[in-house]
Design a protein around this ligand. Structure first.
Ligand SMILES: [Zn+2]
Length: 333
């Protein structure tokens, strides 16, 4: 019964090494805490490492559920109440595919922050996390083995595992479908605000990827998005495409601006056919409107390799210009 023994040891490690996640807690610890609370459906915010009212509310809800002192501070007892999601501490083991826990969530957050994108910070070390670890290791010039040990964690924490190139131009996205924006970002909804922009288009209008990236989600989402595709771009950006009638992208697919990923529909929480287009930066939704180029990414993709400049000869000289939109940016300039 190896898991049982590990739980005992891990609990001790938690008590000994982990400070309460109050104001002094590091961003990474807060992110792991948010991920754990999210996994228990006690936190509906974003895993952003910023301890705000929603995070503290989640802690209090957990404490109250478990009969602990309700103080909103994630001390050792509260951490234990998180079960496997609360342990083990980051750095207490070499993480590998199949592992789960607090440290994995912390690792996923570090990877996101480094712009390597590990999908959701859910505390589960799956294929996306492993691929992200390998990308980070490659970027940091350390051994690429997909195992997250002390060297990998240190390089991520110090920033050397970050995507090495920084954007020298503004980050821009291609329009995934033609047409003006209807419902804007931040529009009041029933108890929350709109996390993206809605672009009405006829059912069946092809949707193009808004830039260079990797598909990390392509499935029905019960949270209101309906048929949803999420693309991980560089620099911690993801783009989300909701309500599709049909998804044509697949998880792991490498796309460029204009790669068809599906068709406009009204699946999920939608009253009519439109594309819900959302952009997140480190999992926090931001207004995509100022980042949108006028160019529509509707043409079939060229099979260009991933790269900031692609075939945009000379136009991005002296800088990457925009490496989300990729080579299609030259059509804009
Ligand atoms: Zn929407």
């Amino acid at each position: 019964m190896r898991p049982v023994r590990r739980i005992g040891a891990a609990a001790l490690v938690v008590v000994a090494l982990v400070a309460p996640a109050h104001a002094a807690a590091s961003t990474v610890e807060v992110a792991a805490l948010q991920s754990a609370l999210q996994g228990l459906a006690l936190y509906s915010g974003y895993v952003d490492g910023i301890e705000g009212p929603l995070t503290r509310e989640g802690i209090r809800a957990l404490q109250s559920r478990r009969g602990l002192t309700v103080d909103g501070v994630a001390g050792p007892e509260t951490r234990r109440a998180l079960g496997w999601r609360g342990r083990p501490a980051l750095g207490s083991r070499v993480m590998r595919s199949g592992d789960r826990g607090w440290d994995v969530a912390a690792l996923q957050f570090l990877l996101q922050r480094a712009g390597q994108g590990a999908g959701r910070a859910d505390g589960l070390f799956g294929p996306l996390t492993q691929a992200a670890v390998m990308r980070a290791q490659e970027a940091a010039g350390i051994g690429v083995d997909g195992l997250a040990g002390p060297v990998t964690i240190r390089s991520l924490r110090s920033g050397t595992g970050a995507a090495t190139e920084a954007p020298t131009g503004p980050v821009r996205f291609l329009r995934p479908v033609p047409g003006p924006i209807g419902d804007p970002f931040g529009a009041p909804r029933n108890g929350y605000t709109h996390t993206g922009v809605d672009i009405p288009d006829p059912e069946g209008t092809p949707i193009g990827a808004a830039g260079v990236g990797t598909v990390i989600y392509a499935a029905y989402n019960g949270g209101g998005y309906g048929n949803l595709v999420v693309i991980q771009h560089r620099l911690g950006y993801t783009s989300w495409y909701g309500h599709m009638s049909t998804i044509t992208a697949y998880v792991g697919e490498e796309v460029v601006g204009g790669t068809r990923i599906g068709y406009v529909g009204s699946t999920g929480d939608a009253t009519g056919p439109h594309l819900h287009f959302e952009v997140r930066h480190y999992d926090t939704p931001i207004d995509p409107a100022p980042l949108l180029l006028s160019t529509v990414a509707a043409r079939p993709a060229r099979t260009t390799p991933r790269g900031p400049t692609g075939g945009c000869d000379g136009l991005n000289r002296g800088g990457h210009g925009d490496w989300i939109a990729g080579e299609r940016l030259c059509a804009e300039r």
